[in-house]
Design a protein around this ligand. Sequence first.
Ligand SMILES: *[C@@H]1O[C@H](CO)[C@@H](O)[C@H](O)[C@H]1NC(C)=O
Ligand SMILES: *[C@@H]1O[C@H](CO)[C@@H](O)[C@H](O)[C@H]1NC(C)=O
Ligand SMILES: *[C@@H]1O[C@H](CO)[C@@H](O)[C@H](O)[C@H]1NC(C)=O
Length: 345
Amino acid sequence: MIFISLIVSFIPFVYADIPLDIPKFSIDLDRQPIDRWSDIIPNFVQPMNEFNDAIRAQIPKAYIDVAEIVASRLDQHIPQPYHDEIYSIAQAISMPVADIVLINLVYELRTFCTSLLVRTSNGTIIHGRNLDFDLNTDLLRRLTFQGNFYRQSDPTFTYESIHFAGSIGLLTSSRSGYFSLSINQRVIDDKDWWMNALMLILHFHSLPLFIITRSIFDNPLMSYQDLKDTLQYQHLIAPVYFIITNGRTSGMIITRNRLNSIHPIELNSTLVQTNYDHWLERDPRRATAEDILGSFNSTQMTSKNIFDIVLSVIPVLNRLTVYTAIMNPGEKQDIFAKIRTLKPR
Ligand SMILES: *[C@@H]1O[C@H](CO)[C@@H](O)[C@H](O)[C@H]1NC(C)=O
Ligand SMILES: *[C@@H]1O[C@H](CO)[C@@H](O)[C@H](O)[C@H]1NC(C)=O
Ligand SMILES: *[C@@H]1O[C@H](CO)[C@@H](O)[C@H](O)[C@H]1NC(C)=O
């Protein structure tokens, strides 16, 4: 099989990476959905406009037309409170609602990533991930922030997400004491998958991931078992991998078709997932990460080593890597994340 070529084969030492801090913003879920994003979006007007122009230039017109149909019937396709949130973003940046719908779909359908789960010597589970994005990577770096979702009325309810401005959905998210989730795109042999995804929203009222993920994390009663069930059985608009853990006893990789889950695997000591099925030949990112983890003894399985060694080695770290995040929901820690900037020196 042919792997997407993430890096050109330069010698590693000609590359430099300076990890950058990520800006932080809070989203109060007790606010009216129509106001939720109005303070945050003005900080990202310039890169959001550039990203929108880039999408319009790079994505076939046919997809944009369908996104516009979805947007024109938002109340039929996007349940509340999420359609008001889309309006909230559109209003804050004075963009058509269709553009915000499209931006949300682009974010969720083009994530080439490495996710991994590692059991430490004391039994807690670390959830690491590099998010690689193959379109306008530099712009994505400027659109990234750490979102803290909370409810003023309930101090016990909070979760975090490494977020792209303009999106309402979650790709890298952790609710301390409960669970963490990362999503990797599943590369399949289907030229029309983008259009198929849009058609499923339009004709079958299938829910995009940006709705499914928010519904999960916004629900204070969602348990780890519910999370597993939802991610295994919920119908999707496109194939994908879900990497989840409760941070203490269980972690798993769920490989999804649109309708069902195939060969889910449970964590023993380490698991690595990129954008290809785990039963196939290993791609270079997975092989590199697995080989490094395989060389670690139990005391080396720490967040620091996973960040500094596994997720910072080429090609696991590559020119398309937007950020690295380390989640540790079992230890009730905040997400530790940095923007990555690997470039030829
Ligand atoms: C975990 O261990 C079990 C029992 O030894 C084994 O059957 C399973 O294949 C292992 N899973 C992985 C992902 O290695
Ligand atoms: C694990 O490996 C590190 C680095 O090679 C070494 O310093 C440490 O002593 C090893 N620990 C154990 C328990 O083998
Ligand atoms: C367990 O190990 C991890 C990784 O070394 C560390 O971050 C965490 O603080 C440890 N937790 C406990 C309870 O010792």
